[in-house]
Structures are given as C-alpha cells and as structure tokens.
Design a protein around this ligand. Structure first.
Ligand code: HSE
Length: 311
C-alpha cells in the first residue's frame, strides 16, 4: 500500500521585529507526518509519537484539519490513516503546531502528486494555526514549508517574499522548559500600540530587510529590536533579561523571542562565539528548577519541508 512520509522543520516566528509576518526555518528538529489510504471514507489518526497530550480526534488535531481542508478543496474524500511523529515539544515557541501543519499539507500534496501550489499549501497549513492559536498567521508555516527566511506580506491572498540570509550566520536557540501556550502569549499583547511604537517598529523592519540584501550585519544588529511583542511577552519568560544580557555580553548580533516564547534566539557570524553564547544562556538556569534545551544551527542550509524515507 502506498505510504508517503514528509518532514517539516521547527521555525522562529516573528524573527524579532516582524510580529506575525517574518519567520525563519530551522533544520535539525521538526515533525513527520505519514499518510496512506485506509479504504474507508473517513480519516483517522492512528498514532502520535511523542505527543501524548495532543488530540487524536480528527476535528481537533491540526494535521487532520489541514488535510480535510485540502480534501474539501478537491472534493476527494478517500479516507486516510495519518501518523504523526513529534520531534520537539509543544508550547516551546519553535512552531510546533506549524511543523505538524506544514508536514501534513506537504505530505498530502506529495501523496496527491502535487495538486497544490506552494502558496496554496501555506494557506492550508495556516488553517492548522487557526485551530491551535485562534488566528491563521503564516509566519511559521511559510518557512516550515518553503525553508529560509520569509516575509508574509499578506495572508489573503497569500503573498510571500523569500528574503536572503547573509552567509556565515548561526542561530543559537535556548528553550527554558516551561510551556507557554500561544493563545495565552497572544492574549498578553496590547491590541493598540502608539504611533511612536509603530514608527519605530516599521523603521526597524525596513532596516532589517535592507541589512539582509546589503549583507550589513551591523545594520541587522541595530534593526533587530522588537517594541511590539517583547515588552509584554518577556514577562512570561523566566530570567528573560538575564538570558538577553548573557547573549549580548557574548557579542550576539541580535537576540529575540522565538515566536510566542518561551524559546529565545541569538544570531552570530562565528561558531566559536555561538558556543559561548549557548553556554552563557544555559548558565542562567544552572542551579534552578528549570531545565533547558539548546541548539546551534548554521543558516546556510535551512530547506523547509521534504520527503523522508522513514517515519
Ligand atoms: N506570530 C506568532 C505569535 C508565532 O507571535 O503569536 C507563534 O505562533
């Protein structure tokens, strides 16, 4: 029986300055989804590995909801068995629901023989985000599907711009292992911001994009300042200011919250420095009750969703 298995990576939503519109694909961690026909007219989730708390109900799981939307668009209701392999924790701020939603959209599209375009897949996968967090923001699902660093200029219709990444950059991630629910993290944000805050943020957003095209790491560093989400969300992240100081003291080019947190990330152009930043950020939690997960990735090769041989 035909089985297709796909992988989509974790991602850094917002990329500091672009709340709900910028996102960076990671490479080494992510989720896998496998689909096969089950001979009925109903989809089933048959297994979720490493996701004991996630819903098996097809109306409540982001993978089955995304696939259902794709089936409705095609009028194809041949039932599928869906297996999901979670590669990292939910509630980490690293785009857990997005990795699953993107893997589901990508894998089912491959199963169908590529019926949908990239933009259509982003729109379907964003429906998984709507289920998980209440809004269909695409800043995680777009990079999880397409790879690299992307700007979501519009959601309706999807309008995505792939941004260049200066050569030689590394990202250092620190996940203090507490769960921050995306819905909660969105609820602490102000619904209205001042004109001055908006002005500062769009100046930095423009400067960030310019820095990427100009390979200007000094400008990149000056531009990555988040006045919109960070002030509210920093309060949800234990020892936030200490982690930020640890990264900056070790010459991080920039530092920010990954998605809705609690994970944070720093950029550097030097692997030795990346290791120092990682160690310094981890040290903040030594002798505390909070465990951490951390990783360093080169940004040279973040490809997005792809087929894999094994589940
Ligand atoms: N842009 C989203 C947020 C990412 O900041 O809430 C998390 O899903």
């Amino acid at each position: 029986m035909k089985k297709v298995c796909g992988f989509a990576p974790a991602s850094i939503g917002n990329f500091c300055v672009g709340f709900d519109v910028l996102g960076l694909a990671l490479e080494s961690i992510g989720d896998k989804v496998e689909v096969s026909l089950n001979g009925t007219d109903t989809n089933r989730i048959t297994q979720i590995v490493n996701g004991e708390n996630l819903p098996m109900s097809i109306d409540k799981n982001c993978c089955s909801v995304v696939i259902r939307k794709m089936q409705e668009a095609l009028g194809n209701f041949r039932g599928l068995d869906i297996r999901i392999h979670k590669g990292f924790e939910s509630g980490s701020g690293l785009g857990s629901s997005s990795a699953s939603s993107a893997a589901a959209a990508f894998t089912y599209n491959e199963f169908l023989g590529k019926s949908f375009s990239d933009n259509e897949l982003v729109a379907f996968a964003a429906e998984g985000e709507r289920l998980a967090s209440g809004t269909a923001h695409a800043d995680n699902v777009a990079p999880a599907l397409l790879g690299g660093l992307v700007l979501v200029r519009d959601n309706n219709p999807i309008d995505i711009i792939r941004l260049p990444i200066p050569k030689g950059l590394f990202v250092v991630i620190l996940f203090p292992k507490i769960v921050v629910n995306t819905k909660d993290s969105r609820s602490v944000m102000q619904q209205n911001i001042s004109l001055q805050t908006a002005t500062n943020q769009w100046a930095n957003m423009g400067a960030l994009v310019a820095s990427l095209y100009q390979n200007d790491l000094s400008l990149l560093s000056r531009a990555m300042v988040d006045e919109v989400a960070e002030p509210a969300r920093a309060l949800l992240i234990p020892k936030f200011e200490e982690i930020k100081a640890a990264a900056k003291q070790n010459d991080a080019i920039s530092f920010g919250i990954s998605g809705s947190g609690p994970s944070v990330f720093a950029l550097t152009d030097n692997i030795t420095q990346a290791k120092k930043i990682q160690e310094a950020m981890k040290q903040v939690f030594y002798n505390t009750s909070i465990d951490t997960m951390s990783l360093i990735e080169s940004l040279a090769n973040n490809k997005g969703a792809r087929l894999v041989d094994t589940f």
